[in-house]
Design a protein around this ligand. Sequence first.
Ligand code: GFP
Ligand code: GFP
Length: 830
Amino acid sequence: SLGSDSAKAERMFRLMDGFLKNDSISLQQDILRHVEYTVARSRFNFDDFEAYQALAHSVRDRLIERSHDTQLYFKRKDPKRVYFLSFEYLMGRSLSNSVINLGIRDQYADALSQLGFEFEVLAEQEGDAALGNGGLARLSACQMDSMATLDYPAWGYGLRYEYGLFRQVILDGFQHEQPDFWLNFGNPWETERVHVTYPVKFYGVVEEENLNGEKCNVWIPGEVVEAVAYDNPIPGYGTRNTITLRLWAGKPSDQHDMEAYNTGDYINAVVCRQKAENISSVLYPDDRSFQGKELRLKQQYFFVSASIQDIIRRFKEAHSNFDEFPEKVALQLNDTHPSLAIAEVMRVLVDKEHLGWNKAWDIACKIFSFTIHAVIAEGLEKIPVDLLGSLLPRHLQIIYEINFTFVEELKKRIGLDYNRLSRMSIIEEGAVKSIRMANLAIVCSHTVNGVSKVHSELLKAKLFKDFYELWPQKFQCKTNGVTQRRWIVVSNPSLCALISKWLGTEAWIRDVDLLTGLRAYAADPDLQQEWMMVKKVNKMRLAEYIEAMSGVKVSLDAMFDVQTKRIHEYKRQLLNILGIIHRYDCIKNMEKSQRSKVVPRVCIIGGKAAPGYEIAKKIIKLCHAVAEKINNDTDVGDLLKLVFIPDYNVSVAELVIPGADLSQHISTAGHEASGTGSMKFLMNGCLLLATEDGSTVEIVEEIGADNLFLFGAKIHEVPKLREEGSPKMPLQCARVIRMVRDGYFGFKDYFESLCDTVDGGKDFYLLGSDFESYLEAQAAADKAFADPNKWTQMSILSAAGSGRFSSDRTIRDYAEKTWGIEPCRFPSDG
Ligand code: GFP
Ligand code: GFP
């Protein structure tokens, strides 16, 4: 016998020889062991990809150790935990980020070189985990990194899509979508938890039953699907804490199948299995009009139901009744997508835990908080009542009940103002009666926030004015942020080293406000020299990539001017392209002698268009058509190049951002809730050319208007400009549009409807009225770039002022002001 528990633990610890060691020999042994026994290749014969797999598994071992320590510690301390519910995560690659956060990047690089491999080369073998569309999804990933680093007892929950965001392939300048089966070669980072599974029910009917003299509702489902957990470790930086991102995958329920097997319908039973797996199979590309898609609603409920079951299971393991629930649990709704969680919590507490409606509602109102990422009402989900009623009949009843109580309460507060009552109701009447998910989330949440100052103000003044007037205390602002670990340390190692050298410390990696220390040296010629060198090396890396992807050779002396983000009319890639045409036209019409004054540019555009978004796809095609013309014009040569970077994703961003001199964030004012790309560029010392929209307004507060190039109508001016109708097109804008219309770049008919969006009488996104001021800002950027010292100083000041835009600041703010949680740090020195 092993004796007491502690003796048993002690013996096991000794048997395993303590924790894994990180010296070079141990790492080499571990890697080879994984080559031989995990990847099952001979250690005398394996290629780069197999080496990457073995390497990843050896890193994962270390992550698992830490994650066990963290989870056990959380269990022991039982702090209040936050559960972050997000439908999307753009994790990108994990290898470099993990070894850096574990603090063993150099040890691994050394071990690998002893084995004849290069860390960088193996890191390139990793695929890109793209379980999300854009800003919202990458924000979730950044925030997970901050929650781990700041030692918060947090869990992320989401869906394990088998197909991530589509791959963008460009053929003849047109976007084509291909499925991204990112799990094809396995995912070494995740652990399948076959024992962590929950049944998730759909369809069926609700019956009233009598339980000990009390009426209660019983939902008899028509379909049951099993959710199985896949855990992804998220290591913090400079701490042993490693938290978990738990993603759910669909798995057929055994019970359900048994019946079919018994009746002999074997084939059908197998087909049913397939159907269950489909729930989590594919991520919906963002087209801002998900309304009424059954599979999407199924996905949402599937993810919400499994997560809530897991959260309640964990709570019940340590607590005997629900009184303490709000002191132990905070649930964060990342946009409207997970807001069915409210109805689900109510269902569990009322129907299964029999707490009674009032008590259950009281608890629900204390645990939920809600972040809105949309600017316009169309960005908020609505679910047709019929659809919800058939898929989740009990939840529809619950939502009606919540709404009834809310509206009765509201009448007492505001009287019979039917317009206002109907605006605020969770149920929208109309041709298609629907549930307004945002209203549901606001009614239940104790805190509602926007993602930048201006966005939060817009929510109060416009989108949710009625609710703000009712509950002003609920509304907060949490300006987005990004993690400097991923966006400087991982993706720009030479800048990272330079910053640490000049600040004399690496502490800024956990405490990014220290970057302000760079301000003191912004004019120092030595720092400027080194800063320029770093940029040059990053530009070289980017130039090589561009040449490999597009065959276009670009000059390193040119200004690298980048706009990378989802393609959308409001983000105005079209304005950028029209500006490029204008630049081209100017160069062509210039006296040859004048050309030496032109600041050479490499214009870089990248991003995906939602598959059903025609205009966005035309913008991509126009970009290619213009590029074709310009890049083949030997007369213009290095003065202007235009390249489109295909399949923009997190890994590509890590290459592009450090190599950019200038980046554009030029949305029509009032349309970008926050914008987070700008923050990544800023941290990398890239100058911004931007409109005063979203978080740019706060960037200006931080670095001063002198250190970026602002232009365009301001938020408050936009409605008036639109009302005035299409103001007269400035000549320059009319001229470039004319060129496109006349077929200067080919595809004349195809581009017609695109041109119409600008000069067709509406110009909703105000390209015409902003055009002149856009060109002025571009001219100012040229002028600044012509003075390398001035430019470099602005660049240093940009990075120095980026501290406020770290997700560490955002998360600390959520923890303190919204979730009411405290750090729970595993006691060790990292
Ligand atoms: C978590 C994980 C488990 C893991 C334990 C201990 O448990 O798979 O074994 O931590 O590391 F889910 P719960 O917090 O979910 O109970
Ligand atoms: C949305 C908003 C952005 C905002 C992010 C994160 O992005 O302005 O920065 O959410 O809050 F539009 P997408 O998911 O739409 O890209």
